[in-house]
Design a binder for this molecule. Structure first.
Ligand code: ZN
Length: 215
């Protein structure tokens, strides 16, 4: 219960106030914010991660990888759906008609510019591809798609470059679609032991994830 300070405790209260003012005045002179200091500390940690759902390369076989392939494996697509976008069809992604895909999904990308998933997706392209725009545009997506296809055509060297650019030492992979036989390259990936299956107990058949499942 909160009570008013008694006559006896008032001097102590004033001392506390004076101390608080001195401390606050001291804070005003500090140039770095708490966020800056946290960022500086976090930057010293080699891996800041929970888990990823990175597919192994054969799961991308059969079609080029471009912007919409990555979008279709990103949680950002759920923001698009919330904004009213039709479900992204795998056949259209594989078809790779960028004009038609932009016509359908471009407006919804615009609607989701302020979501955190959009911000993360954009930041990923800034770090890995040097994408300098503040938003995804028709032209930007096309030029990113050309670079993405080029990079994924040389997967070995692209992984090495991407991990160096992003500062990843290892990626913790939760391969929930193949939790018992994930074939991961130990140079890049560390398998997360997913205990959900042990708790929820579905059979592998009942999981029913398609081969190219999305997260
Ligand atoms: Zn997850």
């Amino acid at each position: 219960m909160l009570t008013r300070p008694s006559a006896n405790s008032r001097p102590k209260f004033q001392v506390f106030l004076a101390a608080a003012l001195v401390l606050t005045a001291g804070c005003a002179r500090v140039k770095t914010s708490a966020a800056d200091r946290l960022r500086k500390f976090i930057d010293t940690i080699p891996v800041v991660d929970t888990h990823e759902h990175q597919r192994s390369y054969p799961e991308y076989d059969g079609h080029d990888v471009h912007f919409y392939t990555l979008l279709n494996h990103s949680y950002l697509r759920f923001d698009l759906y919330s904004a009213g976008a039709p479900v992204i069809e795998q056949e259209r992604v594989i078809g790779g008609d960028l004009d038609s895909l932009w016509k359908t999904y471009g407006p919804y990308l615009d609607f989701t510019r302020n979501t955190s998933y959009y911000g993360h997706f954009l930041e990923g392209f800034r770090v890995l591809y040097g994408y300098g725009e503040k938003e995804f545009t028709d032209e930007g997506v096309k030029s990113l798609s050309a670079e993405i296809a080029e990079n994924y055509a040389e997967r070995e060297s692209w992984y090495a470059k991407a991990f160096a650019k992003a500062g990843f030492e290892t990626m913790l992979v939760d391969a929930y679609w193949a939790p018992f036989g994930a074939d991961l390259d130990p140079r890049y990936f560390t398998l997360v032991f997913n205990v959900n299956r042990l708790v929820s107990g579905p059979t592998r058949r009942s999981l029913g994830y398609p081969r190219d499942a999305s997260p």
